[in-house]
Design a protein around this ligand. Structure first.
Ligand code: SF4
Length: 361
């Protein structure tokens, strides 16, 4: 379970290589390895900080169209699709979508949910063969120091417990903020000891388009310079946990970058000087292609995922995507950072093959 930059600057394989059916042939044909789809922007909650639900789209894709989207992703060589929202479980036909992915594609998939759905929906997803479930785990200093309390305090945690033995991969997502620095490591250890994978990400605020029209993260939650020392300690302890086999999804280099980029949010998914490809293909609820999980950008006005059936259009999209991305000040989304690392692996692999340095392995 390694995903690290070696001393010579190349990347070694990680979970995606091991678990997501990545073969040399699949890699050679792949344009991009990961995708995230906003199945809907609708939600059964209205969280103050959530900007997804604040952008309403006149028309969202139907489930039949989403099924077609999965085939398009497969054609692009995508290995992993994350199904998010809004709240994906508010839509009818989610089971059909999961069955289609399992039976007609080679994509690995996960669903991110707020865990507020009924037993019928739960059965529909499990029966369809849901592979990975991601729930938010609310971690706050104080209450969650009594670790068994997170079971009671978090709908996500309760759902993860219920899904044990029914869904192969369970994952808790923890947002690191100024309000939970004392608890993050202990909660991570607790979840991992209970067979639950953990993703961590610093609180991201004030980035992307339309931020000015939504409420920014409360100042009390933001990470600032004054938190760097504590973040260094957290990063060190998380890396140690990971090295000792904890079920931590982010790579070591991501964890090590937390003290630098967590407060600044200055990591960039693109190069300012050289054309860069997107590392995750983000599809909005209306089928538009977004700049990233945070921004619709100019590309959303020009491209939908259905345009990518045409090879030349993909090239044009990548060029326009870079122009969009260059306007961004940065972030430190863990999914985007790890996706970038995997995209670099893909590019390096292809270069090696082109040089004739071995196609096997
Ligand atoms: S740096 Fe890239 S991934 Fe991060 S917010 Fe900007 S465009 Fe999105």
């Amino acid at each position: 379970m390694k995903n690290e930059k070696t001393t010579n600057g190349s990347y070694t394989p990680d979970m995606i290589w091991e678990e997501f059916k990545v073969t040399p042939d699949a890699l050679l044909g792949a344009k991009i390895l990961e995708s995230s789809v906003y199945l809907t922007r609708k939600c059964n909650l209205k969280c103050q900080y959530c900007k997804i639900i604040k952008t309403e789209l006149p028309l969202e894709l139907t489930m039949e169209q989403w099924i077609e989207v999965m085939d398009i992703l497969e054609g692009l060589g995508v290995r992993f699709v994350n199904i998010a929202g809004g709240e994906p479980t508010v839509l009818k036909g989610l089971g059909r979508l999961i069955s289609h992915i399992n039976n007609n594609t080679t994509l690995a998939h996960s669903i991110v949910s707020n865990s507020l759905f009924n037993d019928e929906k739960l059965k529909e997803m499990v029966d369809a063969g849901l592979k990975a479930y991601v729930a938010s785990i609310d971690v706050m200093d104080g209450a969650d120091k009594r670790l068994h309390d997170i079971r009671k305090s978090s709908a996500g945690m309760r759902m993860l417990e219920r899904l044990k033995g029914k869904v192969p991969y369970l994952c808790g997502n923890i947002v690191i903020s100024a309000r939970n620095l004392s608890s993050v490591v202990e909660v991570t250890r607790y979840l991992s000891d209970n067979g639950i994978w953990v993703n961590v990400c610093p609180v991201i605020w004030g980035r992307g388009d339309k931020w000015e029209s939504v409420e920014e993260a409360d100042n009390a939650y933001r990470l600032t310079n004054e938190h760097r020392e504590r973040l260094e300690d957290i990063a060190k302890r998380l890396v140690e946990l990971k090295r000792n086999g904890a079920l931590l999804l982010p790579t070591e280099s991501y964890l090590e970058g937390l003290p630098t980029y967590g407060p600044d949010l200055s990591w960039k998914c693109y190069s300012e000087t050289e054309p860069t490809s997107p590392s995750r293909l983000i599809v909005d609820a209306d089928g538009s292609l977004m700049t990233c999980i945070n921004m619709r950008g100019e590309v959303a006005k020009r491209y939908t995922v259905f345009d990518l059936k045409d090879e030349d259009t993909y090239r044009g999209f990548v060029e326009d995507w870079w122009e969009d991305a260059k306007r961004c000040q940065g972030c430190y989304w863990s999914t985007m950072v790890t996706a970038k690392q995997r995209q670099l692996m893909l590019e390096e692999f292809k270069k090696e093959v082109l040089k004739g340095n071995g196609t096997q392995g």
